[in-house]
Write a protein of this length. Structure first.
Length: 175
C-alpha cells in the first residue's frame, strides 16, 4: 500500500538511509544524524507542494514500519514526464515488493496523471533495479557516468502507450 510519508516514517527512513550498500546502490548521501529525517520529510512535503515530486511510503501488511519509499520526480522542462526512484529496507529485498510498488506508481503515472513518459536511472551494478525496469518494459536509452561519483549508470524510459498496455495486460517482458 502506498501513502504519503509522515513523522512516524522517520526512524525507518534513517535506518534505510544509513545502510551503506543501499545508499551506494542508489547514489544517495548517508545522513549523519536522525535530524536529517526531519529535513527529509520537510523536503518531501515541500517538493510535493511545489509540484516537483510525489513521494510515497510503502506499507506491507503485517509490518509496522514503512518498508521503503517510491518517488516520481518532475523536471522543469517536460510537464508530461517524470523520473521514477525507489528504495526498500534491506530486510524486504528480493520479495517482489519493489516490482509491485513500481507497477502501482506507473499505473498512477499513466492512468491518473496522464504522463507521456516515465524515466529511470540505475547504477550499472544495480542488478535488482535493472531487472525491475526490464520487467516493467523500460527501454534502455543510454549509458553515462555520474559526474558526482564517477559511477557508470544506465538511463531508461517507458512511454505511456507501451507502459499502459503492459500494465493492463499484466505482461512481464523479460520473464
Ligand atoms: C532496488 C530494490 C528497490 C529492489 O527491490 P526488491 O523488492 O528487492 O526487487 P524485486 O524483488 O521486486 O525484484 C528484483 C528482481 O531483481 C532480481 N535480482 C536481484 N538481485 C539480483 C542480482 N544480483 N542479479 C540479477 N538479478 C537480481 C530478482 O531476482 C528479481 O527479479 P525476478 O522478479 O525476475 O526474480 C531494492 O533492492 C533496494 O532498495 N535496493 C537499494 C536501493 C536501490 O538500489 N534503489 C534503486 C536505485 S535506482
Amino acid at each position: 500500500m502506498l501513502r504519503a510519508p509522515s513523522e512516524r516514517d522517520i526512524p525507518a527512513w534513517f535506518a534505510r538511509a544509513t545502510d551503506v550498500e543501499s545508499a551506494s546502490l542508489a547514489g544517495d548521501h548517508i545522513p549523519s544524524d536522525i535530524g536529517a529525517g526531519e529535513r527529509w520529510l520537510a523536503r518531501s512535503r515541500q517538493r510535493f507542494a511545489d509540484g516537483r515530486a510525489i513521494q510515497w511510503s510503502i506499507d506491507q501488511a503485517g509490518v509496522s514500519d514503512a518498508i521503503g519509499t517510491i518517488t516520481l520526480s518532475f523536471g522543469t522542462t517536460d510537464a508530461k514526464a517524470a523520473a521514477l526512484g525507489f528504495v526498500l529496507a534491506r530486510a524486504h529485498w528480493g520479495h517482489g515488493m519493489g516490482s509491485e510498488a513500481a507497477r502501482e506508481v506507473l499505473r498512477y503515472a499513466f492512468e491518473t496523471l496522464a504522463l507521456e513518459q516515465v524515466t529511470a536511472e540505475a547504477a550499472a551494478r544495480n542488478f535488482a533495479s535493472l531487472r525491475i525496469l526490464a520487467k516493467l518494459g523500460f527501454k534502455h536509452i543510454e549509458s553515462f557516468i555520474d559526474v558526482s561519483d564517477g559511477e557508470r549508470c544506465e538511463r531508461f524510459a517507458l512511454d505511456a502507450d507501451i507502459g499502459s498496455s503492459l500494465l493492463t495486460s499484466n505482461a512481464t517482458p523479460g520473464c
